[in-house]
Design a binder for this molecule. Structure first.
Ligand SMILES: Nc1ncnc2c1ncn2[C@@H]1O[C@H](COP(=O)(O)OP(=O)(O)OP(=O)(O)O)[C@@H](O)[C@H]1O
Length: 264
């Protein structure tokens, strides 16, 4: 079982003429195995920098991140990524996309096909296995991206605005799917989003980050993700507690944006 631990994590970028940007300063947290974390904050607060360090794409200038006993020093198969655009192989079929990682690892074709069929079922795409990916809608492509990531059984899934390009209705359906997958697989998930509503629904933990320097401004422990596994997510979004927390966070981020505008 692999907890994700960030210890005194800092990231400073040199921006020319001796200038520096403190994209992250002294970030400390532990994300326990199986937890679902959403990260929210105004533009430039370091969300993507944090995700890139955990993915192993960037090395921090201070501190370290650990997954289980191992320090993250580069990309690894124990972490899966889902981006805003599915980043699928358009010339492959749905099944070929989903089984891509298994084939890279040399999985047997019979065993692989069974698992692909299971994942097609979980993400609601049974019967679409032989369809070329480019023929599918954005929502369907994100379902494939989720399945392609999860079939490899990663310890941690990192999602960067995974539902940001979808229309409102598809987005709501996909939020429910993310919760279902989280519950069924028990995978640890970290999701970056610009939507306060989405962060509230999809985070049993939620970090609101602040910029200059990038840091965790406030953490919430929330009941909505757990509720969303069994209840209609629309009903949850209409509960007084959800609305009150949403307004509190919107005001918090609004104030940060105002402060940034005042400084520039
Ligand atoms: N490669 C880089 N070189 C210089 N500065 C960078 C680099 N990457 C990020 N930054 C700066 O670090 C800060 C944090 O950027 P980051 O992209 O992580 O923020 P973010 O919260 O993801 O923003 P957004 O919501 O707009 O995507 C910003 O001030 C950004 O300009």
């Amino acid at each position: 079982m692999s907890d994700l631990v960030a210890k005194d994590l800092s990231m400073v970028f040199d921006v020319g003429s001796g200038g520096q940007v403190h994209a992250l300063k002294n970030i400390n947290f532990t994300l326990k195995n199986g937890e679902l974390l959403s990260v929210l904050g105004p533009s430039g607060c370091g969300k993507t920098t944090l995700l890139n360090i955990i993915a192993g794409f960037n090395r921090p200038t201070g501190g370290a991140v650990y997954l289980g006993d191992e320090e993250i020093e580069g990309p690894g198969v124990n972490r899966g990524m889902v981006f805003q655009q599915g980043a699928l192989f358009e010339w492959l079929t749905v099944s070929e996309n989903i089984s891509f990682g298994l084939r890279m690892k040399g999985g047997t074709s019979k065993g692989s096909q069974k698992r692909v069929d299971e994942w097609l079922d979980i993400v609601g795409l049974s019967g679409f296995g032989n369809v070329p990916t480019y023929q599918l809608s954005g929502g369907m492509q994100q379902r494939i991206a989720l399945a392609r990531c999860l079939i490899n059984d990663p310890d941690l899934i990192l999602m960067d605005e995974p539902l940001g390009a979808l229309d409102a209705l598809t987005r709501e359906k996909m939020q429910a799917l993310v919760l279902k997958i989280w519950k069924e697989t028990g995978t640890t998930i970290m999701i970056i989003t610009h939507s306060v509503e989405e962060a509230l629904l999809l985070g049993e933990r939620l970090f609101v980050m602040a910029p200059r320097p990038g840091r965790i401004h406030k953490e919430y422990n929330l009941p909505f993700a757990e509720m969303g596994v069994t209840q209609d997510t629309r009903d949850i979004k209409n509960t007084p507690e959800f609305i009150q927390t949403r307004e509190e966070i919107l005001t918090m981020i609004w104030d940060m944006e105002e402060e940034i505008m005042g400084q520039t």
